[in-house]
Design a protein around this ligand. Structure first.
Ligand code: BG6
Length: 481
């Protein structure tokens, strides 16, 4: 393990900050999403409605309490902390030409606070956080004009924080919008609201193309602003397995994988893969793609591949097999994998899949990888003598172990590992508070009640040890006891 391996934690602005209308911030798409649950989808409302409840408006009040939270991260020994910049704090409507100074100042102070403890900021530009005005007026990433708005946002923050931030990512889990069965993804990734009977796939391909151009432009401009910048893409790294060795299952799994892999193929290699061009030809899609777009994409390849890893999916070509129906995390084609258990939210638990994914990416691209999300969502119980989250420890331990095998046995180059939701955030897919991920418990319930007090869970001390020993503790037996 490298001595400077970036151990840390990750969150996103809208899931922790709260203060949704403070400091000149404009509405973002996360502000118009109500609370849901495992069985009830979050509703996307037309603007903020008085009689609806929006969990992200207050989130966990990180905006006001970040100093206390960063101090706790420092106590765990974090070497980095991943968060995002809320685009609508900087450009409240998204189409202004002058940024909001108060928003810029907030992130100045936040990054200064991290540096006080030698914590390296790892910053996502757009983590499900488009200014809502851009959706209403322009239809989100359906519109080419978004490239210009994003470029202005990216250049503004690159210039402003060029001495404070080195690691950036452009779009969070950009590939999730391919889950067209669940409209929440197109909305949060691209601000696209599907119309009735529209060809959803075509809409998503077009929006993705504009994002590829915008991402590439940001990478190229960022490198000019500070050649030391490391700018990555960010995808949900969810491998698809064939259910059996039936060749039809193998080919189906390969096809499903390509729905995700084309995003990294374009952003890492700088051109569209032939299988995708063929797919568009078969579907008769004529997308708005210019020669200049392709040139820009080729000139803006990313420096590293950032990805989240939570689960794997399994598919079967046998049409009679019962589907597991987890569109919250992948294809509706997925079936249960008999070798894997799942979390109460139905996400399979597959540490070996992380090693597989790391090798798949590294074989294909040979650029550094960064695991920027991995974690265990669970309804923790507060007991009189503490919060004993041994199941989280065992989830993380097994995943870290597989990651270390990928480094030490397979030779994969990994920049770092950040645990998702290091302090309990609002769940993205469900808007719940009870789907907790943190080492730090936040006293707030699904309806927004609570003191917002922070408390350490058992995993806090455990992760502190992981970082202190540069990961070696996961191989020691007592780490589990
Ligand atoms: C990823 C996102 O999809 O997974 C995060 O980048 C999200 O924003 C995380 O919170 C876990 O998902 P959830 O729905 O359990 O919060």
């Amino acid at each position: 393990m490298k001595k400077d391996f970036l151990w840390g934690g990750a969150v996103a602005a809208h899931q922790v900050e709260g203060a949704y209308d403070a400091g000149g911030k404009g509405l973002s798409i996360a502000d118009v999403m109500t609370a849901g649950s495992k069985t009830k989808a979050r509703e996307i409302t037309q603007g903020v409605m008085e009689d609806k409840y929006y969990p992200n408006h207050e989130a966990i009040r990180f905006y006001d309490q970040y100093k206390e939270d960063i101090k706790l991260f420092a106590e765990m020994g974090f070497r980095c902390f991943r968060t995002s910049i809320a685009w609508s704090r900087i450009f409240p409507n998204g189409d202004e030409t002058v940024p909001n100074e108060e928003g810029l100042k907030f992130y100045d102070e936040l990054f200064d606070e991290m540096h006080k403890y030698n914590i390296e900021p790892v910053i996502t530009l757009s983590h499900f956080e488009i200014p809502y005005h851009l959706v209403e007026k322009y239809g989100g990433w359906r519109n080419r004009k978004m490239i210009e708005f994003f470029e202005r946002f990216a250049v503004t923050v690159f210039e402003r924080y060029k001495e404070k931030v080195t690691y950036w990512m452009t779009f969070n889990e950009i590939n999730n919008q391919m889950i067209i069965e669940n409209p929440i993804y197109a909305f949060t990734n691209s601000g696209v609201l599907f119309e009735e009977d529209e060809d959803r796939l075509k809409a998503v391909y077009q929006a993705s193309h504009y994002q590829f151009v915008a991402s590439a432009v940001a990478v190229a401009k960022g490198h000019k602003i500070n050649p030391k910048f490391q700018i990555g893409c960010m995808v949900a790294g969810t491998p698809t397995y064939p259910f059996s060795c039936n060749p039809n299952d193998i080919v189906l799994a390969q096809k499903e994988d390509r729905k995700n892999l084309f995003y990294t193929d374009v952003q890492v290699r700088g051109h569209y893969p032939s299988y995708l061009l063929k797919e568009w030809e078969k579907c008769g899609y004529q997308l708005d793609i210019t020669e200049n777009d392709l040139k820009l994409i080729a000139e803006g390849c990313v420096d590293y591949l950032g990805f989240s890893y939570y689960l794997s999916l399994t598919v079967s070509a046998d049409k009679n097999m019962e589907k597991s129906g987890i569109a919250s995390a992948g294809t509706m084609e997925a079936v249960d994998n008999p070798y894997l258990e799942a979390t109460p939210w139905g996400w399979s638990i597959d540490p070996v899949g992380l090693r597989y994914m790391l090798n798949l990416y590294y074989d294909r691209y040979e650029i550094p990888l960064f695991i920027v999300e991995n974690g265990f969502g669970y309804e923790d119980k507060v007991e009189e003598d503490g919060i004993h989250d041994s199941n989280r420890i065992s989830y993380l331990k097994s995943h870290i172990e597989e990651m270390m095998k990928a480094i030490e046995e397979d030779g994969v180059d990994i920049l770092g590992y950040t645990v998702w939701g290091c302090i309990d955030p609002i769940s993205f897919t469900t808007g719940e508070m009870k789907k907790r991920y943190g080492f730090i418990y936040v006293d707030r319930d699904n309806d927004g009640n609570g003191t917002f007090e922070r408390r350490k869970k058992d995993s806090f001390e455990w992760y502190r040890n992981v970082i202190e020993t540069n990961g070696q503790i996961v191989f020691e037996k007592q780490a589990m006891e």
